[in-house]
Design a protein around this ligand. Structure first.
Ligand code: MG
Length: 386
């Protein structure tokens, strides 16, 4: 059974609320792309993504998705121009050999990470979905079996511009059964700890993690880590510059709260460097940046160093969520999968059936492949509007 067609769909979906909510001054993000201070990354006011559809000789299709929060046209061009010509004609039941061949196409030229990896991730997820559909098995089964069918989650983000609003949201989530939340901070050590105190006062039963969006120096990060540890918090994510392995290792050695890193990393070689340097204590690969094949390789590298894996998720839509869930089910040591309430809701616009989402767990989709049914007509219509 051969792959006969490779198609890309660029989607840019408007939503009631932008990812991470309003800006710090309370205003809505302006149309297009902008930097949301104090963070330094570029964000869109819409939910942008790249979907890939593979078709086999018998008409069976497999869907994949890249995490592409801005300019999904870039990985789409890589799929169309560089990957598709090699992928057509490949064995539709053998994702790993196909992935290996595609991974090597630009490797000698230094394109193992970045947009090249994002494009490959989308194709890889589609390869696993297709192989599952053709063999009648779920992706988790193809990966060796699910350790769990209810994947534990934490609520990521209380997207309000002030602590009063965040505390109110925390109360609501706790009342609905959430057990853990992650705050997107980086507003200064004192301000971040004040936010944590406000949440703890409003909902003392919640376990709190903090994503600092690489806002801090090592000294600031140490003070924040100390304050979080005193308050019994769960983990501190992305405190320092994303490339600084040495500073993260120093922080890990001196902090009494786990340091989580990984959304910027895309392959086993990068994670091997971080875990051997003891620069992270929780690994956070995003499956829509690594693909399923590489996510499982990363999980084994982490397992060799006794580091748990908690997959990242941000603005990916329903296919990316499903891929993250199957990897989360198949990873042995899993603290939790990141649950983004707004993007999961937006992401269901491309699915024919809703996911079984609770505030503290998402059920692993059943059925062959990723177990989700992508509404191909909705995708085509949304791609036309985007
Ligand atoms: Mg993060």
């Amino acid at each position: 059974m051969r792959i006969t067609a490779v198609e890309t769909f660029v989607l840019k979906l408007p939503a009631e609320e932008a990812y991470l909510g309003r800006l710090t001054d309370g205003s809505a993000p302006s149309a297009g792309y902008q930097v949301r201070e104090p963070w330094r990354s570029l964000y869109s006011d819409r939910y942008e993504t790249l979907l890939v559809r593979l078709t086999a000789e018998d008409g069976t299709t497999g869907w994949g998705e890249a995490l592409a929060p801005v300019a999904p046209e870039v990985p789409a061009a890589i799929v169309d121009l560089l990957l598709a010509p090699v992928l057509r004609g490949a064995d539709a039941r053998a994702p790993r050999p196909a992935w290996s061949r595609l991974r090597d196409l630009m490797r000698e030229r230094g394109h193992l990470v970045g947009h090249q990896a994002d494009a490959l991730a989308a194709v890889d997820i589609a390869l696993w979905d297709l192989a599952g559909k053709l063999t009648g098995r779920t992706v988790a089964e193809l990966l060796g079996g699910a350790f769990r069918t209810r994947v534990p989650t934490y609520v990521s983000g209380l997207p309000k511009p002030d602590d009063e609003g965040r505390a109110e949201l925390a109360r609501e989530w706790a009342a609905r059964g959430a057990t853990s939340v992650k705050l997107h901070l980086g507003h200064g050590v004192a301000a971040d700890l004040a936010t944590v105190d406000a949440i703890l006062a409003a909902a003392p039963e919640l376990r709190i993690a903090v994503d600092a969006h690489w806002a801090y120096s090592i000294d600031e990060a140490l003070r924040l880590a100390h304050g979080l540890a005193e308050r019994g918090c769960w983990f501190l994510e992305a405190p320092l510059a994303p490339e600084d392995v040495t500073a993260h290792a120093e922080l890990v050695a001196r902090a009494s709260i786990p340091v989580a890193v990984g959304e910027a990393l895309r392959n086993r070689f990068e994670f091997a460097q971080w875990v051997t340097a003891r620069a992270l204590r929780i690994a956070q690969p995003d499956v829509a940046r690594t693909g399923i094949t590489e996510a499982m390789a990363i999980a084994e590298v982490c397992a060799a160093h006794h580091v748990p894996v908690a997959p990242h998720h941000s603005v990916g839509l329903g296919v990316a969520v499903a891929a993250g869930l199957h990897v989360s089910a198949a990873v042995e040591d899993l603290p939790a999968f990141e649950y983004q309430p707004t993007s999961v809701r937006v992401g269901e616009r491309i699915l024919a059936r809703q996911l079984a989402v609770e505030p503290s767990a998402i059920s692993l989709p059943t059925g062959p492949g990723l177990g989700v049914e992508v509404d191909a007509e909705a995708v085509a219509a949304l791609a036309k509007e985007s």
